[in-house]
Design a protein around this ligand. Sequence first.
Ligand SMILES: N[C@@H](CCC(=O)N[C@@H](CS)C(=O)NCC(=O)O)C(=O)O
Length: 221
Amino acid sequence: MMLEIYGRKNSNQVINVMWAVGEMGLEHMRHNVTGSFGGEDTEAFGKMNPNRLVPVIDDNGFVLWESYAIIRYLTRRYGYDSLWPGDPQQAAIADQWMEWTNSLVMPTFFPIFWQLVRTPKDQRDYDKVAEMANATGQLLQIAEKQLEGKTYITGDSLTFGDIPLGALMFKYYTLDIERPSLPNIEAWYARLQERQAYQEHCMGAFGTSPEEWLALEKAGA
Ligand SMILES: N[C@@H](CCC(=O)N[C@@H](CS)C(=O)NCC(=O)O)C(=O)O
């Protein structure tokens, strides 16, 4: 038995988990579920996750859903003293940035992705895109300050605190939106792009329309 991960690789929450798995070099098997692959309606999947959402993991019989809980579990178990800082206060700071990304950045930034990728061009609200891009830029000033003089979000090495925000940076810097100058974030993003696991899991092409998105998903992008 090995670690099994259920979720299509273009799902944002699956991307976060896969990046962590890749950084730790965990032997695993991933199964495509949801999106054009379907599979979330089966009895077996409903037993694993009654919400019928991805990601879900099965770690030798231990089943867990909710991507942040999964990342915390995997890094604490398999990445202790590296992706999961051994010092409890450092771990708490990593957790703080993960939660911050979830509670403030996701609801501000992700609607832009839905507008510019998952919504047909003639139905897009470009005023909303501009407004949310401006709000995202302001929010990122907070991470910009945190990254001053640091290599990664909590200090010298990558931790789980880098994962949710770091994974979003590929979308943030690929989408056609206005961005303020954020030198510390740009340098951090450049460092992330040098990491093999980031390239493999976070930099998948997502297209500029629902049709392109679907074609890339089917092609296994
Ligand atoms: N809070 C949950 C959210 C899970 C979620 O909404 N997953 C999405 C993909 S990112 C999903 O399964 N959507 C159904 C679908 O893609 O068909 C988590 O972080 O795991």
